[in-house]
Design a protein around this ligand. Structure first.
Ligand SMILES: Cc1ncc(COP(=O)(O)O)c(C=O)c1O
Length: 382
């Protein structure tokens, strides 16, 4: 079969310096994964999962259908309420991934005539949902409350009564690692009667008491319309939950297509999520080790000259190395030296803001961070 058209498109991508390929990272020191607390590899979590009872009705491997058909279980429903209670939300609906949850929400909840305002650094899954809903959408400057306010004022001047306005932010931004000014965003949304949606993907497990997230830490549970918590990052498993009212849950069951038209997560996956949530409140030691490492990283970085690091108090630390080719080269040299560090290139980030995205984990050591800096410094000097 002639597949020249695919080859041509890939060649064009390569010419533009944008070709993606899969890489194996076995044996490298992990400065790349989202497993911030080490749950994915935790013996304690594995043991909890291994000892979790499997009632006879759950001995089938797959869930056997969408939640709306054969895939629903009392266990899934209880788990949703258990997680909702943990984060102090009224209700929750599990999706197969954070991508599905965001895409499903933004394709289903805003309708023609409504408006979505989103932070310019919002995750691709929100963009894809907005695109599917065909709703009007406007970006505001990253974490810039003034810009959001101006845009909301503009909208308010000619706003029909039936129009709903949605504002999408992340607690911890996935590329820059900085925290949203969430209290200010919440207040502004309240003033303009806009509905705030908070993606807590990178805050889950890390921020707030017992890792409940930034919304909980700031006591904004009642002010936020919907929250996303993902299980594939600090929880070390897979899937996601959208938290909100019972009404929102019913709405999503009716209109969120990734929920309706996809096979539900199977029992073993739900058990892993349940066990990870049982472990989460007990992971203070991992959280404090991680915080110590973040402090050390920032200290070491201050000693480096010639590199810009984005301001971040989260495990995501970005070192700016402008130029796709240059940042790729630096990352390759670090990989050769044994560190799993990945480059983030344009257009994923704006041209000139290409970077090494360094993720810190509770299981990284001070020594590893020191060695990483040694290598980075040597490269910078070359
Ligand atoms: C901010 C943010 N939201 C949503 C997602 C999607 O989550 P998942 O990996 O569970 O699909 C990601 C994943 O990278 C993310 O960084």
């Amino acid at each position: 079969m002639n597949e020249d058209f695919l080859a041509q498109r890939l060649a064009k991508r390569k010419e533009q310096g944008l070709l993606r390929s899969l890489k194996l990272n076995e044996g490298l020191i992990d400065f790349c994964s989202n497993d911030y607390l080490g749950f994915a590899n935790s013996g304690e979590l594995h043991s909890l999962i291994a000892h979790f009872p499997v009632p006879p009705q759950h001995t089938v491997l797959g869930s056997r259908g969408s939640r709306l058909l054969a895939g629903n279980t009392a266990f899934a429903e209880e788990l949703e309420q258990f997680i909702a209670d943990f984060h102090r939300a009224e209700s929750g609906l599990i999706f197969n991934s954070g991508y599905d949850a965001n895409a499903g929400f933004f394709a289903a909840v805003p309708r023609k005539g409504d408006i979505v305002l989103y932070d310019e650094l919002i995750h691709a899954s929100v963009h894809d949902g907005i695109r599917m809903s065909k709703v009007a959408a406007i970006s505001f400057l990253h974490n810039n409350i003034e810009d959001l306010r101006e845009k909301l004022e503009g909208i308010n001047e000619s706003k029909p009564d039936s129009q709903e306005v949605f504002v999408a932010v992340e607690s911890v931004y996935s590329m820059d690692g900085d925290l949203a000014a969430l209290s200010a965003f919440s207040e502004t949304c309240e003033n303009f009667n806009a509905r705030l949606i908070v993606d807590e993907a990178h805050a889950t497990g890390i921020i707030g008491k017992e890792g409940k997230g930034l919304v909980n830490e700031l006591g904004l549970e009642k002010k936020v319309f919907a929250r996303l918590h993902t299980f594939g990052k600090a929880l070390g498993t897979h899937g996601a939950i959208l938290l909100g009212s019972k009404l929102l849950r019913s709405y999503l069951i009716n209109f969120a297509r990734p929920f309706i038209y996809s096979t539900a997560l199977p029992y073993p996956a739900l058990v892993a999520i349940r066990c990870a949530y049982e472990l989460l409140p007990k992971a203070d030691q991992q959280r404090s080790q991680l915080m110590q490492l973040i402090i050390q990283f920032k200290k070491e970085m201050k000693l480096m000259t010639g590199f810009e690091v984005l301001e971040s108090s989260s495990p995501i630390q970005s070192v700016i190395i402008p130029g796709n080719e240059r940042v790729r080269k630096v990352a390759e040299s670090l990989q050769e030296a044994g560190f799993d560090v990945r480059p983030i290139v344009a257009p994923t980030v704006p041209a000139g803001r290409e970077r090494l995205r360094i993720c810190l984990h509770a299981y990284n050591t001070e020594e590893e961070v020191k060695k990483l800096f040694g290598n980075l410094m040597a490269f910078g000097a070359r």
